[in-house]
Design a protein around this ligand. Structure first.
Ligand code: LMR
Length: 395
């Protein structure tokens, strides 16, 4: 039967890592997959995570199963971290999942129970797995306009026009903060207008928040989404701990479903647990146990928040430095938008040919749509990158 398989396409983001590893050039720079990097180009284990691991090692007495929906302390702490007090706790069903991707998967599965005929609306552009996963699960998908290449900001008029096409029972995927891949984000007023439209159209919002703390701050990054949550009778949220806790390979995520009342949340909670059972039984425990320890211990939490803030500020410094270096190299303010973008990524607006030239001629690995992983430029990598960009861009 296996002859029926056709060769799988390389993942547009992860595939780049293989090419990078095979490149023998010493001065090559990897700006592909979204992982935080320090000035040495390393992705560190956060100190609060290390300390929590020591504590877990000393105190854990069993590896037996926990609840099907996941660890209760983890889920409750994640609800508070992401939603604050925007929604009463008894209206929120929560599910521990393997990473933000696992949380998204489970929420798409939940949507299948609600309306298998829904169209899933995804920004153009978006993280490629949004559309790929929705299609894989049998949904129709539509893109909504999001990015204005002329300004490198949000095309909000285009967005609102596209979203007029949403039908009752559809799902709208929004990025909670730090839009991936563009780095261009919605304002408070724009979130309000989208919320008005979603309420009018009776659509289910699914907010993917994978970079909380990487944009304007831990609370600031959640605030617009929380305002939306406080107005919605029903809403879904997929949160990831990959980036803000640096727990990438441990796979830690949390799916949340806001229900109209406590009774509905109880039924939803049971259904979410069943979805875990149907897919993999239990989500991995180790990373979630670390997050639970950190978030429920004031000292460790303060240490984690301080380190996260350091990472955020380091990314902002790279943004300032890159915009300035490109000003000098190109003798133009064309790339100033990099300073206004927030999060791990910026879309530079280069053509696929220019991206290819960056890779082949200069050893600079940028995702095909010209997305750069901003922290990949720390540690003195801004100058050579700006030089290479100025050589391939027609500015
Ligand atoms: C990215 O966009 O680079 C990250 O979210 C990692 C991934 O899984 O694609």
């Amino acid at each position: 039967m296996l002859e029926k398989l056709i060769p799988a396409k390389a993942d547009p983001i992860l595939g780049l890592g293989k090419l990078f590893a095979a490149d023998a050039r010493e001065n090559k720079i990897d700006l592909g997959v979204g992982v935080y990097k320090d000035a040495d180009g390393k992705t560190p284990i956060m100190t609060a995570v290390k300390k929590a691991e020591v504590r877990l090692h000393a105190e854990q007495t069993s590896k037996s199963y926990k609840a099907l929906a996941g660890d209760e302390v983890f889920r409750d702490e994640m609800r508070k971290l992401v939603l604050g007090d925007a929604v009463a706790a008894d209206r929120v069903a929560t599910l521990q999942a393997p990473g933000g991707t696992g949380a998204l998967h489970q929420l798409f599965e939940a949507m299948k129970l609600l309306n298998p005929d829904a169209t899933i609306w995804v920004s153009n552009p978006s993280w490629p797995s949004h559309v790929a996963m929705a299609k894989h699960l049998g949904f129709k998908t539509e893109n909504y306009d999001y990015f204005d290449p002329a300004t490198s900001g949000v095309d909000f008029n285009g967005l609102m026009v596209s979203l007029q096409g949403m039908q009752a029972g559809d799902m709208l995927v929004l990025h909670g903060c730090c839009h991936n891949p563009t780095g261009a984000n919605l304002t408070a007023n724009q979130w309000q207008s989208i919320t008005d439209l979603v309420l009018e159209k009776n659509v289910m919002p699914l907010v993917d928040i994978a970079y909380q703390g990487f944009g304007d701050g831990l609370q600031e990054d959640a605030i617009y989404m929380r305002t939306m949550a406080s107005r919605m009778p029903e809403m879904m949220v997929a949160a990831s701990c990959s980036k803000n806790f640096g727990l990438y390979r441990d796979r830690v995520g949390c799916a949340m479903v806001i229900a109209k009342d406590a009774d509905s949340a109880t039924v939803t909670q049971g259904n979410l647990a069943t979805l875990n059972r149907m897919n993999y039984s239990f989500a991995p425990d180790h990373g979630a146990a670390l997050v639970a320890i950190i978030l429920s211990d004031s000292e460790l939490r303060a240490e984690w928040e301080a380190e996260l803030e350091e990472m955020r500020l380091a990314m902002l410094t790279v943004r300032e430095d890159l915009a300035e270096a490109l000003r000098q190299q190109c003798n133009s303010d064309h790339f100033d938008f990099i300073k206004d973008h927030r999060g791990m990524f910026s879309r530079l607006g280069l053509s696929p040919e220019q991206v290819e030239m960056l890779r082949v001629d200069h050893g600079m690995y940028v995702v095909g749509d010209s997305r750069i992983n901003v922290p990949g430029l720390s540690g003195g990598r801004v100058a050579p990158f700006a030089k290479a960009v100025s050589m391939v861009a027609n500015i």
